[in-house]
Every structure is written in C-alpha cells, then in structure tokens.
Design a protein around this ligand. Structure first.
Ligand SMILES: NC(=O)c1ccc[n+]([C@@H]2O[C@H](COP(=O)([O-])OP(=O)(O)OC[C@H]3O[C@@H](n4cnc5c(N)ncnc54)[C@H](O)[C@@H]3O)[C@@H](O)[C@H]2O)c1
Ligand SMILES: O=c1ccn([C@@H]2O[C@H](COP(=O)(O)OP(=O)(O)O[C@H]3O[C@H](CO)[C@@H](O)[C@H](O)[C@H]3O)[C@@H](O)[C@H]2O)c(=O)[nH]1
Length: 341
C-alpha cells in the first residue's frame, strides 16, 4: 500500500523541511506546497513540491484534491517579527488570509486534520518565566498578532465544521538535522545562531547585540532555543495523536531553559574555537526581554521530549551544517520569487 500523503505548506523552509524528513521516516509521503520565497527547492527531498502561494485558494484547492492528503502540516508564513512592524499588511495577508485559504481548501476536499505553527510571540512581553499556555496572550508585533488570529481561525474551523487540530507555539527553532542533510538557510538571515556561525566561519565582519539594557541578568534578551529536529518529531507525534482520534491541542514547544544573547555568543565561540567580534547596538523593535517555555503540556499529551535541545547540541549540529556550506560542498541553489504584495 502507498504511504499516506501529508500536505506540508512551507515544506521548503527551515522547520518544514525537517518535518518532511521526520514524516518520511514515520511512513508518510510529504507533498510540499511552497512559493519558495524563503525556502529552497533543494530542501525538498522526501516527496514532490507544488510551487504556489498559500493565498492562491484555487491552486491550493486543486493541489489538495489531486494529492488527497490524510492531513496537513501548515508552516508557510512570514516569520520576521521586526519586519512585521514595518510591513504589517504583508503579515496579515500571508499568515491570516493564507491560513483561511488553506482551511477552505482542506474543507472542500474533506481533509479534517491539521497541525500548524503558532509562535511564542503570541505571549508578547511575558510577565513570567517559564510561560505556560495559560499565560495571557498579548502579542507585541503584527507578526505575533497575525499568528494569534491564525489560531482563532483554526478554532473557528474546528467549531463550525469539525476540523481537528494541533497548534504549536514554538519558541526559538534552531540547530540543524543531526545527519547533516538539512540546515537553516535564509537570505537574508535574521536569526541569532546562524548569524553568529556565518560571522565566525567567514572570519570577517562583526555581530551586533540588539540591546544590552533589558531587565535580565546580563542585560541582553533571554530566549528558549529548541532543536528543529525535536520540533519535527513533535509534528509526527501530533499527527498520530489526531489520526488516532485524540483531542485538539495548542501547546508550547521549547526546552524549558533560557539563554541570554551573551551566553549564546559564548557558546558559539566555544564551539568554533575563536572569538567573534561583537558590537553593542540599540534594541530591535518588537523584541521581548525574556521568552522561556513551560513545555509540560506537549510532554504530557504527546509524550514529546526536547531530547536534542541542549544549547551545545543545537550549536554543534548547526555548525556542522554551516561548515558544509562554507567549504562549498553542498551550496543549495536558491530561486528567488517576488514576495511583495
Ligand atoms: N524559526 C523559528 O524560530 C520559529 C519560531 C516560532 C514559530 N515559527 C513558525 O514556524 C513556521 C516555519 O518557520 P521557519 O523558521 O521554517 O520559516 P521559513 O521561512 O524557513 O519557512 C517558511 C516557508 O514558507 C514559505 N512561504 C512563505 N510565504 C509563503 C506563501 N505566501 N505561500 C507559500 N509558501 C510561503 C517560505 O518559502 C518558506 O519555505 C512559520 O509559520 C513560523 O511562523 C518559527
Ligand atoms: O544579529 C542578531 C540577531 C538576533 N539578536 C538577538 O537574539 C535574540 C534571538 O533573536 P532571533 O534569533 O532573531 O529570534 P527571535 O527574534 O527571538 O524570533 C524567533 O523566535 C520567535 C519565538 O520565540 C519566533 O516567533 C520567531 O518567528 C523567530 O524568528 C533576540 O533577542 C535578538 O534581539 C541579536 O542580538 N543580534
């Protein structure tokens, strides 16, 4: 019998491509739907890709009805919180209208299982650490607000026509496939760990710390870094959970440990074995001081564990992937598409 198909929107991107690998290992056939605006075709290795915009409802409906998936994993989104403060409409379009378009396409083909990516940014400037799912939802950026609206759209689809869902509020996805088949590959890159590795491996340029006057132990922002392969595993667990008829869920995915920007810099320097030139810069718009997950709910409901998410392993796996790029062994070809609306 052929492997059951799972539609993976955003499957050419960082987290989505790792989820495709985990799906294939678990006996599913991932069909990627992605416009390649921030992902690469080379990251799509475990099934076909359908290139298209998540907001193009007609194309999406045609792809869903042709491939007949048993479920969808939804990663496609714009992801840069700081950019969202400058171009909010783009975020509401891709993240909210795009999700509504997916919900409609799934409904018209009778697909009733969805696992989707929310974010820790829905909590805004959190009052506590660690943050449980019961923490008030006060997103501080259009990105965070768009993801909260997306959660609401999914809940409404569940209430109105029985969609079953699992939404994950990821904290900071990082690391890379431990087998070295995939890596984080954004252009431009905004995330802290890949930026540090690029600077260290290029051996030129410097890194900026965005803000040293936060109310945190060393004045820099604290984040919870969670290994991308642990996030991928959570998606397979969620899929099995829902396909077995179990309850809907919105859960944090994080390691439960927080590291400051300075601590991450020191850990990357330790791994690469050389100092990285650092400049202290102004705060970046929309950055909360501290985001650390309470991951108990995902552990309890899905038997999930963040087993690869020590900072050391995250950096070691990411560094190995970057070294492969640096030596030119596996440089992926990048297709650019216009992403301005
Ligand atoms: N990376 C993180 O730390 C993090 C943290 C919390 C939540 N998330 C969420 O996880 C999901 C995946 O994030 P990621 O880091 O893999 O990002 P990514 O940018 O690497 O992947 C997103 C993918 O979606 C595609 N895409 C974007 N707009 C599209 C559109 N209009 N139509 C079709 N495809 C489109 C991109 O080409 C890309 O391949 C996102 O929903 C993001 O909001 C990520
Ligand atoms: O060159 C840099 C890049 C980042 N930072 C800081 O490092 C921390 C982490 O930043 P980054 O890696 O860009 O991640 P976040 O801004 O925390 O956002 C990520 O994690 C969020 C969840 O916590 C998700 O919602 C977002 O989609 C995802 O991009 C922040 O304090 C940044 O200010 C720097 O100081 N210098």
């Amino acid at each position: 019998m052929a492997d059951p198909v799972v539609l993976v929107t955003g499957g050419a991107g960082f987290v989505g491509s790792h989820a495709c690998k985990a799906l294939a290992a678990a006996g599913y056939r991932p069909v990627v739907y992605d416009d390649l605006s921030n992902g690469t075709r080379d990251a799509v290795r475990w099934g076909p890709i359908e290139v298209g915009d998540i907001c193009d409802g007609q194309r999406l409906a045609e792809v869903v009805s042709r491939h007949r998936p048993v479920a969808a994993l939804h990663f496609a989104a714009r992801i840069d919180a700081a950019e969202s403060t400058r171009h909010p409409a783009r975020y509401y379009s891709t993240n909210v209208t795009g999700t509504r378009s997916l919900l409609q396409a799934l409904r018209s083909s009778g697909v009733d299982v969805l696992v989707f990516s929310s974010t820790a940014a829905v909590y805004g400037d959190a009052a506590t650490a660690p943050i449980s799912e019961a923490h008030p939802l006060r997103p501080a950026t259009p990105y965070g607000r768009s993801k909260l609206m997306m959660e609401d759209a999914v809940r409404e689809a569940s209430a109105s026509h029985g969609l079953r869902y699992c939404g994950f509020r990821f904290f900071n996805a990082a690391g890379a496939d431990p087998d070295g088949e995939l890596r984080e590959d954004h252009e431009p890159e905004t995330h802290l760990i890949p930026r540090l590795l690029r600077t260290a491996l290029a051996q030129h340029g410097s890194m900026s710390i965005y803000g040293t006057d936060y109310d945190t132990p060393d004045g820099t922002c604290v984040r919870d870094y969670v290994h991308v392969s642990d996030i991928a595993d959570a998606h397979v667990l969620a899929l099995r959970h829902l396909l077995a008829g179990k309850d809907d869920l919105i859960a944090n995915l994080g390691s439960g440990r927080g590291y400051s920007v300075r601590e991450v810099i020191a850990a990357v320097e330790e791994t690469v074995g050389r100092p990285i030139p650092i400049r202290e810069a102004a705060r970046r718009t929309g950055d909360p001081a501290m985001l650390v997950a309470d991951p108990t709910l995902a552990q309890r409901c899905l038997n999930w564990s963040s087993r690869r998410s020590s900072l050391e392993q995250i950096i070691a796996d990411a560094a190995r992937a970057f070294a492969a790029v640096d030596t030119g062994r596996e440089r992926p070809r990048r297709e650019r598409v216009s992403h301005r609306r």
